[in-house]
Design a protein around this ligand. Sequence first.
Ligand SMILES: O=C(O)C(=O)C[C@]1(C(=O)O)C=C[C@@H](O)C=C1
Length: 309
Amino acid sequence: MTRYGYFGPAGTFTEMALRAWPGAEEGEHTAYASVDATLAAVRAGEVDAAMVPIENSVEGGVTATLDALASGSPLVVIGERLVKIRFVLAAREGMALADIATVGTHSHAWAQVRGWMGTHLPEATYLPTLSTASAATDLAPGGEGRHDAAVCAPVAAAKAGLIVLADDIGDIKRAVTRFVLVARPNRIPAPTGADKTTLVLYQRQDQAGGLLRLLDQFGTRGINMTRLESRPTRHSMGDYCFSVDIEGHVLDERVGEALTGLKRVCADVVFLGSYARADQARAHVAPYNSDDDFRAAGRWLAGIRDLVE
Ligand SMILES: O=C(O)C(=O)C[C@]1(C(=O)O)C=C[C@@H](O)C=C1
């Protein structure tokens, strides 16, 4: 039986993403209190794969995940899931909106309901919690009740026996979070034609046009990028690496060529996996950059080289 870990406790959006993964319902599920602990469990072999949040359509990259993936022993993304985000404001039985002085939730969730809070609970103090579901369980019978209300998923409020004071309180109604399933690098899923590849790129040195040179490796091979974020390397002030998602699979000729190009020009390239896109959108391939184009050009060069004595 496959052992899955996830950023928990039960009732997080991350758990929903794991449940949406084909076959995961039949596996064994273990919740971890933080993204770091979840990925450490994969690295230690406690679980075979784990689901963690990586990107939200409103608040952007989940830096805890980006940083934990980029450092430490190698891990790879083997799949992704998109989950529609709907938040409720939940509290213990008997509470009314007027009684709420403190609100607990995950920092990414708070960023998505800030506007609603400013309008409906402008005086409320925000208390950060490890996850949206842990904000709810804190209010369950036996919980410490460190805040008056929790911002969480409807399912987390129900599990904790809470009442819903307000439903669908996200400032952006179509908010979506992207979650990735991460494993040790002993398997890379086969290409599907609708794939993504995730990389972390370290520049050799900070110089004019440095980032342009890295991105050029994609541009000249007709590769479309779907995410680019800079993160501090933590070595010194102003020293950044780039976390990138591109369309395509490591077995695609254009992606392979871009990777070898990056390996030459970068101080380091961390390969974080090639995997099927959740939305199944096929890769855009710019003209003259298909596998056939690359192979034909390779055959032409080999033909010339064959003539060398
Ligand atoms: O706390 C949760 O429920 C999570 O799954 C984490 C998380 C995140 O890290 O972005 C996931 C989705 C929501 O956007 C808010 C919080």
